[in-house]
Design a protein around this ligand. Structure first.
Ligand SMILES: O=C[C@H](O)COP(=O)(O)O
Length: 319
């Protein structure tokens, strides 16, 4: 795997229920593991600043709102091109820093492509009837092709939750495989909407099916569910991702999204990635954070690290 934005497309496997049909996830154990992990592991001072800079490179800077405008997307892209103030970059000894991608709705893709021209930052687009995914499959596939035609290099699709909730795993595989095909050369992240899947066992199974169907990334949430990214859900998906890697040697990426707002959130998920998969998975080609407001808090924490004070919009110290 190359350590930059470009990563080889996944090929997936045939539908293989043996890899997940007898799995039962121990929810209390997942809760205990993630609670102890973030309590036990701390990263301080210069290392914390370095990890936060790494987190910036993994952020999919996102705006997915009904009132999005070309102007808002252009401003977001300007931030993506320079996520950190120049004085902070200099103080931290950083000469170049950009985010992982900019993530928008399909009709906003042309504005993002134009605003990011020459930056090397890919445009990601949600598609397939985001966030509910309940439009006819031909229309969902056409939306993928539209977003790719408009210049999206990454597509975040949403799965049909009913298929996971009713255990129709072959049908889910077939649907995701068609979405993978519609993406063409674009990379595909499969949003599992884990907050709607009821159990961690369903989360594990949907993760495995999405990877077998050829997803380049598996992503927790749309950000529109009642419960979005959580650490136990993320741990469950990472275990599935590790099992898939052990079975196939294929490297699938992971993207928590929805409700990750602070530098502390960034640190917690980086700790989880390191502890579960190792430092190789702490790179933007294998790890993204879908977030619309986290960057602001990371910048405030880095300003505090450099100057010893917080900017006007104070935040709690990063414990
Ligand atoms: O990936 C996309 C999510 O919608 C971002 O969620 P957020 O607005 O809670 O950061």
């Amino acid at each position: 795997m190359s350590e930059n934005h470009t990563f080889p497309r996944m090929t997936g496997t045939s539908f293989t229920p043996a890899w997940f049909e007898n799995i039962t996830v121990n929810t209390p154990a997942a809760d205990r593991r993630t609670a102890s992990l973030t309590a036990r592991r701390t990263v301080k001072k210069d290392w914390q600043a370095a990890w936060l800079a790494r987190a910036i490179t993994c952020i999919d800077l996102t705006t997915l709102a009904g009132d999005d405008t070309a102007g808002r997307v252009q401003r977001l892209c300007a931030k993506a091109r320079q996520p950190l103030r120049a004085d902070l970059m200099a103080a931290l000894g950083l000469d170049h820093l950009t985010v992982g991608a900019v993530c928008v709705y399909p009709t906003m893709v042309p504005h993002a492509v134009k605003a990011l021209e020459g930056s090397g930052i890919p445009v990601a687009s949600v598609a397939t009837g985001f966030p509910a995914g309940l439009t006819p499959l031909p229309l969902r596939l056409a939306e993928i092709r539209y977003a790719v035609d408009q210049g999206a290099a990454e597509i975040d699709i949403v799965i049909t939750r009913e298929l996971a909730l009713t255990g129709q795993w072959q049908a889910l595989y077939d649907e995701i495989a068609q979405m993978r095909e519609a993406c063409g050369a674009a990379h595909m992240k499969a949003i599992l909407a884990t907050g709607d899947l009821k159990t961690l066992t369903n989360v594990y199974k949907a993760s495995m099916v999405a990877m077998q169907a050829g997803s380049d990334f598996i992503k927790t949430s749309t950000g529109k569910e009642e419960v979005n990214a959580t650490l136990p859900v993320s741990l469950t998906m990472l275990r599935a991702l590790r099992d898939f890697h052990d079975q196939t040697g294929q490297w699938v990426g992971f993207k928590p999204a929805g409700g990750l707002k602070t530098a502390k959130d960034a640190m917690n998920w980086l700790i989880l990635m390191k502890e579960e998969l190792g430092t190789r998975w702490m790179m933007p080609d294998l790890f993204r954070i879908g977030a619309s407001s986290m960057l602001g808090d990371i910048e405030r924490q880095l300003e505090h690290h450099v100057t010893g004070r917080y900017s006007a919009a104070n935040r709690h110290a990063l414990a």
